[in-house]
Design a protein around this ligand. Structure first.
Ligand SMILES: Cc1cc2nc3c(=O)[nH]c(=O)nc-3n(C[C@H](O)[C@H](O)[C@H](O)COP(=O)(O)O)c2cc1C
Length: 171
């Protein structure tokens, strides 16, 4: 799949099979993520690919609690990539968001489903989130940008029609 096709056909997957993402695909996706541009090339975005069931479920519980739900906000995805950024950089949100976008598109180009799930900021600002950062050997000042779900789709993503009047050409 070429880049334009991947950009135009990616859709959020909101149901996953339990089949784990293999190393060879995950490595390519994470590399594509970190090749996103960063302000002044600061490269301070960190991706943590969580396939360990205990940590994945801990993140799911924290995220669900913020939403006020008991169900899995990660839709059964077996791999959850936490995108973290260094808030000391003035472009930390933009940098992290571009990395997350790259992850979504790379996953799609390689035939996987993906979805951005929110509330990473609140998760990693919390005491429990900081305990996970410590467990992973990461500094506690990192802040969450988002979670990128990865896995094999259990059902087709919802079709989407683009809203009109959002492309303006000034010639
Ligand atoms: C910043 C951001 C936050 C999002 N948060 C969630 C979320 O918490 N849960 C979820 O199911 N989808 C989330 N999404 C996915 C959107 O629902 C999805 O991108 C949107 O419906 C458009 O569909 P598409 O991705 O298939 O084009 C998020 C997307 C973005 C960009």
């Amino acid at each position: 799949m070429d880049a334009i096709q991947a950009l135009n056909t990616r859709r959020s997957t909101k149901a996953y099979t339990p089949q784990q993402v293999p190393d060879e695909l995950l490595d390519q996706i994470l590399k594509a993520g970190l090749n996103a541009p960063t302000g002044r090339n600061n490269q301070k975005v960190i991706t943590v690919a969580v396939r360990n069931t205990d940590d994945r479920n801990r993140l799911s519980k924290m995220n669900g609690a913020l939403l006020g739900i008991d169900s899995d906000p990660f839709y059964g995805a077996p791999c959850v990539v936490a995108v973290l950024s260094d808030p000391e950089r003035n472009t930390w949100v933009e940098d992290g968001s571009l990395v997350l976008g790259n992850l979504l598109h790379a996953a799609h180009a390689l035939g996987l489903g993906s979805c951005w799930v929110h509330r990473a900021r609140e998760v990693f600002d919390s005491k429990e989130g900081k305990a996970l950062l410590e467990k992973w050997g990461l500094p506690s000042h990192l802040r969450g940008i988002g979670f990128c779900l990865l896995g094999y789709p259990a059902k087709a993503p919802i079709e989407k029609k683009l809203e009109d009047n959002r492309i303006i050409n000034i010639d």
